[in-house]
Design a protein around this ligand. Structure first.
Ligand code: DOR
Ligand code: ZN
Length: 430
């Protein structure tokens, strides 16, 4: 494998609080050096990245790859190709596949397929409960041994408090992170929209923000009881932010994530009944969006995660209330999050901390830094380049994006995994 020298870029490494122009040398799958000027080694591939940002490869803690079982929506090959195009060098595969990833055989299949056809690193997440039924715990030790880096029943909450208590205790024994899709299903009753003036006006059944925050409040008591590490998936409302902020002050081992869509869209986006805006948790009020943006900037929210949730036209070309929940996010995440940088809500260092360094730290993964000797997982970004979002051109097998037609500012130029180029914008590398 030839050395790669990324010459003249702005290197942003949150893990070392480093933000300066520098050359980056990649050798043997590792970062070999980051210096003001590095002479090109013989036979090195030199890539001019002047005016571009060179950042640790993005890591998505929350991706639905749909393999096994729903390959008509996405598979490991198309999902990881979409990830690479979006600047991600690693994704965590959520376990609500068919069958669910609640045993070694499914985990091993995902690991093997990722090795065979995956463009980026794939880390499986196992189920908390068998079949995600919320009744009996999955064999977490077996899942971890097979390669799972966390457990979650994502798509559903663990509703039974006793089961959740035991799950936290059991996971703690393995040092596994428990990721909760926080939703009181009795309160939410599968409501397709956020409960508020907009849902009333547009006439959609709705669920209150409390369906999320009530579950988080319960869980935090169980975290205090058990001392287990707990992570809230796709935080969407101000009240959850308040609870997590308080819990962190109490010293509880809690982290959380927010999606690009909950950072950039309000419930008004549902007013046209575009079913790609039907997601769970639903798009919230402008006050909630302001709260999650502020919390991401101040670090109360640790990470950005896409919740990339591909669905086909069979599930989406139906009435809003009948449509499956979810939207695809891998190929729009970076540009959407850069809006917060362009709007001066957060610095580039803070943004890439949330999109790379923090997910690596929370899950104990390689990457998240460009420090010498780190894995050569690198993303090169043109933060100023504008483009019009056209989902028909995405690598993902699905098309359920509400961002078609939006002017995006910030483009992925190059994605490198272990020193191999897995995506390149043609203009940069001819
Ligand atoms: O919108 C969502 N889609 N939320 C979830 O929790 C699950 C996901 C899916 O699997 O489609
Ligand atoms: Zn979820």
């Amino acid at each position: 494998m030839a050395d790669i020298l990324l010459r003249g870029g702005r290197v942003i490494d949150p893990a070392r609080n480093f933000d300066a122009n520098a050359d980056v040398l990649l050798r043997d799958g590792k970062v070999a050096g980051v210096e003001r000027e590095i002479a090109a080694p013989k036979d090195a591939r030199v890539i001019d990245v002047k005016d571009k940002w060179v950042v640790p490869g993005l890591i998505d803690m929350h991706t639905h790859l749909r393999e096994p079982g729903q390959e008509y929506k996405e598979n490991i090959e198309t999902g990881t190709a979409a990830a690479a195009a979006g600047g991600f060098t690693a994704v965590c595969a959520m376990p609500n596949t068919v069958p669910p990833n609640d045993n070694r055989a499914v985990t091993e299949l995902i690991v093997r397929r990722a090795r065979e056809v995956g463009a980026v690193r794939v880390y499986p997440i196992g189920c908390i409960t068998q079949g995600q039924k919320g009744e009996n715990l999955a064999e977490m030790g077996e899942l971890q041994e097979a390669g799972c880096v966390a457990v979650s029943d994502d798509g559903k909450s663990v509703m039974n408090s006793e089961v959740m208590r035991r799950a936290l205790e059991y996971a703690r024994g393995f040092g596994l992170l428990v990721i909760q899709h926080a939703e009181d299903h009795n309160l939410s009753a599968n409501g397709p929209a956020h409960e508020g003036p907009v849902s009333t006006r547009i006439g959609l059944r709705s669920q209150p923000a409390a369906a999320e925050s009530a579950m988080v409040a319960r869980d935090l008591e169980l975290v205090a009881l058990t001392g287990a590490r707990y992570h809230v998936a796709h935080v969407s409302c101000a009240e959850t932010v308040r609870l997590v902020r308080e819990a962190k002050r109490r010293g509880l081992p809690v982290t959380c994530e927010v999606t690009p869509h909950h950072l950039t869209l309000t419930d008004e986006a549902c007013a046209g009944y575009d079913t790609s805006t039907r997601v769970n948790p639903p798009l919230r009020s402008d006050k909630d969006v302001a709260a999650v943006r502020e919390a991401l900037a101040d670090g109360t929210i640790d990470a950005v995660a896409t919740d990339h949730a591909p669905h086909s036209s069979v599930e989406k070309d139906v009435e809003f209330e009948q449509a499956a929940c979810g939207l695809i996010g891998l190929e729009t995440a970076l540009a959407l999050c850069l809006e917060l940088v362009h709007d001066k809500i957060m610095s580039p260092l803070a943004l890439f901390a949330r999109m790379s360094t923090a997910p690596a730290r929370i899950l104990g993964l390689v990457g998240g830094t460009l420090a010498p000797d780190a894995v050569a997982d690198v993303t090169v970004v043109d933060a100023q380049a504008t483009w019009i979002c056209d989902p028909s051109r995405f690598r993902s097998r699905s098309r359920n994006s509400p961002f078609g037609g939006r002017t995006m500012r910030g483009k992925v130029m190059l994605t490198i995994v272990a020193g191999n180029i897995v995506f390149a914008e043609e203009k940069l590398v001819g």
